[in-house]
Design a protein around this ligand. Structure first.
Ligand SMILES: [Zn+2]
Length: 290
């Protein structure tokens, strides 16, 4: 996936990792766990983190440094996918799991120092190479146990990223050692916000002088779609941001306020108020009430 696109889709996650990585102490966790239904998006995010950690250029989306190019082609020598079909020792004939032999190989490889920031992405794949999530069948306890010490105290410049659909699929020993991030999918059932995503992207940063632009765009959406569905999806969008707002209490408060503002708009719609008035009030509430 294009980096720019990723930045639009996951502004908070990218911002979080970018600022952590640009911090002189590279203060992001050694063990990161992504969960959610869009495994490819998780994988793309993992590669983006690897890119930001290894870039020797300006870290921009179109940086042309060697590290960035390697990672875009998924050919970086220190950015490895660890799955039942990737990076196995030659004498390993296990086909359904990340094996203990693989765990041992990883441990040995990490003993050798590297010029790069190593990123190991643990996931599963189907027979067509699509990214799937880890679970207790493909990443079993003995394998995880063989690596626990390494996960806890990794060599410097090493980051482990785990991809899974649901946190409950993962061994608790991994969960407790990882910093966990929900990666929302625009296609999640009942939490769909694909209709409003483009309009709502960046609404938190809209300048108060442009409040009517937001109103106009929301109104446009209701011309072609059911108004109640538009309001529902705006709420879903905010709920996804909320899940994603990490340890930012101010942002959380703002989002909860906004979700309530949309709830109020839904009430007004039920009272058959004019949709233009409802959306105008909503736009003002979202942009001016910060
Ligand atoms: Zn670069």
């Amino acid at each position: 996936m294009e980096t720019a696109l990723l930045e639009e889709k996951y502004p908070f996650l990218i911002k979080y990792f970018r600022s952590g990585i640009e911090n002189p102490n590279k203060s992001i966790a050694h063990c990161i766990l992504f969960y959610g239904t869009d495994l490819q998006a998780q994988y793309d995010l993992a590669l983006e983190i690897a890119r930001l950690l290894n870039c020797t250029g300006d870290k921009s989306a179109d940086c042309g440094c060697l590290n960035c190019n390697w990672i875009r082609q998924n050919q970086h020598p220190a950015v490895l996918t660890i799955s039942k079909v990737d990076n196995k020792p030659s004498n390993d004939d296990s086909k359904t799991v990340i094996s203990i032999e693989q765990a041992r190989m990883i441990k040995n490889d990490l003993l050798v120092t590297s010029d790069y920031h190593r990123v190991l992405i643990f996931c599963d794949k189907d027979k067509d190479g699509n990214i799937l999530g880890l679970n207790e069948n493909n990443f079993q306890e003995p394998t995880a146990n063989a690596l626990l010490k390494t996960f806890e105290e990794p060599p410097s410049h090493t980051t482990f990223i785990f991809l899974t659909k649901d946190k409950s699929d993962m061994l608790s020993t991994i969960i407790s050692r990882a910093q966990c991030f929900f990666v929302p999918s625009a296609k999640d059932e009942n939490r769909d916000f694909s209709l409003v995503q483009e309009v709502m992207n960046g609404y938190l940063e809209i300048d108060r002088n442009n409040v009517l632009d937001l109103y106009e765009k929301m109104f446009e959406l209701t011309k072609e779609n059911d108004s109640a569905e538009v309001l529902n999806q705006i709420q879903n969008y905010m709920a996804a941001l909320l899940k994603n707002s990490l340890d930012n209490p101010l942002l959380k408060i703002k989002l909860i306020k906004d979700i309530n503002a949309v709830e109020h708009a839904k009430d007004e719609l039920n009272l058959n108020m004019n949709i233009q008035t409802i959306l105008e009030n909503l736009a003002f509430a979202l942009v001016l009430d910060r």
